[in-house]
Design a protein around this ligand. Structure first.
Ligand code: DQA
Length: 144
């Protein structure tokens, strides 16, 4: 069963938008690094990005039964979306939450995450390396 890595709104502009916060690596760079590490770890990967809440929810539904685990950077939906939380609550495998920036060092509205109510673990502020750390942790979680 594959691991789903899901990315929310504006992450298609990674490397271009606010590089002082999010770095200069693009989402294609992140996808390539994750694909290489997944192969090394013997994990199958589905890597997606959408600016639309419903598309993210559809991939979470697709992962029900078909996915081993979900790593999600919900972007700003982290702080707003009960619907994404509900979809994740309907998924029975492990969930890890990733933020490129340290959301706790930023505006107060970024300090609360609906997704954290469901996630086994959260990585924030490790830049795009956070995705690779989450993938290593996911291998442990799906093996146990
Ligand atoms: C983010 C943090 C969110 O607060 C923000 O809305 C994003 C990206 C991050 O990866 O640091 O779009 O999830």
């Amino acid at each position: 069963k594959p691991i789903y890595i899901l990315n929310g709104p504006n992450l298609n502009l990674l490397g271009l938008r606010q590089p002082e916060i999010y770095g200069r690596e693009t989402l294609d760079d992140v996808a390539a690094a994750c694909t290489a590490l997944a192969a090394e770890l013997g994990l199958e990967l589905r890597f997606h990005q959408s600016n639309h809440e419903g598309a993210l929810i559809d991939w979470i539904h697709e992962a029900r039964g078909a996915g081993a685990g979900i790593i999600i950077n919900p972007g700003a939906f982290t702080h707003t979306s009960v619907a994404i939380l509900d979809a994740l609550n309907a998924f029975d495998g492990p969930v890890l939450e990733v933020h490129i920036s340290n959301v706790h060092k930023r505006e107060a509205f970024r300090h609360h995450s609906y997704v954290s109510l469901r996630a086994e673990g959260v990585i924030a502020g490790f830049g795009t390396e956070g995705y690779l750390l989450a993938l290593r942790r996911m291998r442990t979680l799906v093996a146990s």
